[in-house]
Design a protein around this ligand. Structure first.
Ligand code: HEM
Ligand code: PLO
Length: 434
C-alpha cells in the first residue's frame, strides 16, 4: 500500500480529506470506504443482505478450495446452509454440551502452568510452521488481496502458500478420517464431531440435492466443506483471541492501575475460588477491559471486504453491483465524535456511573449482520476465561529497566502488537500455577 501506511490508517487519513464515505480504485477494483458507524450500520445491518457478498481473491481461493469455507466464500444459498450448520455446531457443542467450556478451561490451566513454570512443555511445530506460513503469505497488508494477476507470474509467495496448505491438508484429512471412523450419535466430542453430525442430519433443507448426496461434490455440504470449516475455525481461533489477549496485556503494562483494579474485582467477587463461566455477570470491570482492548486495537481493523450483490446505495449514494465495501472499524473505534480521547486506553468508557455495562453503537469488533463473526460467543468465552484466570493467578510487569511495549502494531492477516517482554509472578496462593 502506498506511503507505507497500513490501509486502516491510510483510509482514516483520506477520510479527513474526502469525508467519511469515499471511493477509490484498489488495483482494478472500485472500492467504497466507510469511516463512520452510521454508514457501517446501514451496510452491515439495514442492507446486510445486499452487501453480504465477498470478492474473489487469489490467495483465499487457494486456501479454501474455491470458497468452501465461511469467511471468504461469496454469498450463495449453499453458503447460508453451511454458515447455519457451523453456527448450530458451535451452539450444540458449546452451550448444549458444556464440552467446549471444559476444553477452554483445560487450555487455561495449561497456559497458566506453562507461564508459571517457565515454559518448555512443548507443542506441535508442524502446525505452528504451516500456520505462520499461511499468515505471512495470505495477506501482505491486510486482507485486501487486490491484484488478481499475481497468479500469472511464477511467484514465491504463492509457492510458499501452496506448500503450507498441503501440510495443513495432510494433518487435517487425517483428523477428519479418524473422526469419521469413530463418529457416534452421542454428544459431540469436539467441533469436528458436531460438524459431521450436522452434515449427516441438518443440511437437507431446500438446497436442491438428494438425500444421501452429502459426501459427494455437488449440491450439499461436502467433506471438503467440513474440512475447510475446521481449518478456518482453527485458524481464526489461533490468530484472533491470542492476539487480543496480547494487546490487552500490552496496554495493561502501560496502565498498571488497570491490572490492580481487575485483580481487586476478582478478589472481592471470587476470593480463592477458580473462575467459572457464570462469573461473567459479576465481573463488569474485567469485561470492560476486554471491550476496551478490542476497541482500541481491533484485530480485524477493516473487517473482511464485503461486496454489493445488487445495485444498491449507501447514505443515499448509488453503489453498483460488484463494488467492494471496506468498513474501517479502526476509524469507527477512534471517531472523536463518539469517543472521548479515543487514543486513551480507558475501560471506564464501557461502564456507566453506577458501574453497569454499556455498549456504544460505534463498537463492533466482530462486525454485525449476516456476516457477523460466527465465533463471537466462543471468542468472548475464551477471552473471559483466559484473562480472568491469568490475572487471578499471576501478575504481569515490565522487566526491570525495560520500556513499555510499542503500541503501534503491525498489520498482517490481523493487527498484531510487536513482540515485547514481560515478567510473570504468581499471586499469593497460586505459586503452583493451577
Ligand atoms: C468473521 C472478528 C474470533 C470465526 C469475523 C469478522 C470479524 C471478526 C471483524 C468479519 C466480519 C465482516 O466481514 O463483516 C473476530 C474477533 C475475534 C474473532 C475480534 C476474537 C477476538 C473468531 C473465532 C472464530 C471466528 C474464535 C472461530 C472459531 C469467524 C468466521 C468469520 C469471522 C468463520 C466469517 C463470517 C462470515 O463471513 O460470514 N470475525 N473474530 N472468529 N470470524 Fe471472527
Ligand atoms: C489465519 C491463518 C490460518 O492458517 C487460516 C485462517 C483462517 C481464517 C481466518 C484467519 C486465517 C485469520 C483471521 C480471520 C479468519 C477468518 C475470520 C478472521 C480473517 C487466515 C477475522 C479476524 O476476520
Amino acid at each position: 500500500m502506498r506511503g507505507g501506511l497500513p490501509p486502516h490508517l491510510l483510509f482514516t487519513q483520506l477520510g479527513h480529506r474526502y469525508g467519511p464515505v469515499f471511493s477509490l480504485l484498489l488495483g482494478p477494483h472500485l472500492s467504497v470506504v466507510l469511516n463512520r458507524h452510521q454508514e457501517a450500520r446501514e451496510v452491515l445491518l439495514q442492507r446486510g443482505r445486499e452487501f453480504a457478498g465477498r470478492p474473489f481473491m487469489v490467495t483465499t481461493d487457494l486456501l479454501t478450495r474455491g470458497g468452501k469455507d465461511i469467511a471468504f466464500a461469496d454469498f450463495s444459498p449453499l453458503w447460508k446452509t453451511h454458515r447455519r450448520l457451523v453456527h448450530d455446531s458451535f451452539t450444540l457443542f458449546g452451550e448444549g454440551s458444556g464440552r467446549l467450556r471444559d476444553i477452554v478451561r483445560s487450555s487455561v490451566d495449561e497456559l497458566c502452568l506453562e507461564l508459571l513454570s517457565g515454559g518448555g512443555r512443548g507443542f506441535d511445530p508442524e502446525v505452528m510452521r504451516y500456520n505462520d506460513g499461511i499468515v505471512e503469505t495470505i495477506a501482505g497488508g491486510g486482507l485486501l488481496d487486490i491484484y488478481p494477476w499475481i497468479k500469472l507470474f511464477p511467484n514465491r509467495r504463492l509457492r510458499t502458500l501452496k506448500r503450507c496448505i498441503a501440510v495443513r491438508d495432510r494433518l487435517l484429512s487425517r483428523k477428519l478420517e479418524e473422526h469419521q471412523a469413530s463418529l457416534s450419535d452421542g454428544p459431540p466430542r469436539d467441533l469436528l464431531d458436531a460438524l459431521l453430525q450436522g452434515q449427516g442430519a441438518g443440511h437437507h433443507e431446500g438446497e436442491g440435492h438428494q438425500e444421501g448426496e452429502g459426501h459427494q461434490e455437488g449440491g450439499g455440504i461436502t467433506d471438503d466443506h467440513v474440512l475447510m470449516t475446521a481449518a478456518e475455525a482453527f485458524g481464526a481461533g489461533v490468530e484472533t483471541t491470542s492476539t487480543t489477549l496480547l494487546w490487552i496485556l500490552a496496554f495493561i503494562l502501560h496502565h498498571p492501575q488497570v491490572q490492580r483494579r481487575v485483580q481487586a474485582e476478582l478478589d472481592e467477587q471470587l476470593g480463592e475460588r477458580p473462575v467459572c463461566v457464570s462469573d461473567r455477570v459479576r465481573l463488569p470491570y474485567l469485561e470492560s477491559v476486554i471491550n476496551e482492548g478490542m476497541r482500541i486495537r481491533p484485530v480485524s481493523p477493516v473487517l473482511i471486504p464485503h461486496t454489493a450483490m445488487t445495485d444498491s446505495s449507501i447514505g443515499g449514494h448509488p453503489v453498483r453491483r460488484g463494488t467492494r465495501v471496506l468498513v474501517n472499524m479502526w476509524a469507527i473505534h477512534h471517531d472523536p465524535e463518539h469517543w472521548d480521547t479515543p487514543d486513551l486506553f480507558n475501560p471506564d468508557r464501557f461502564l456507566d456511573d453506577r458501574g453497569h455495562r454499556v455498549t456504544p453503537p460505534c463498537f463492533m469488533p466482530f462486525g454485525a449482520g449476516p456476516r457477523v463473526c460466527v465465533g463471537e460467543s466462543l471468542a468472548r468465552l475464551e477471552l473471559f476465561l483466559f484473562l480472568s484466570s491469568l490475572l487471578q493467578r499471576m501478575s504481569f510487569k515490565l522487566p526491570d529497566g525495560a520500556s513499555p511495549p510499542n503500541l503501534q502494531g503491525r498489520l498482517g492477516v490481523v493487527l498484531q502488537p510487536l513482540p515485547y517482554k514481560v515478567v510473570v509472578t504468581p499471586r499469593e496462593g497460586w505459586e503452583g500455577g493451577a
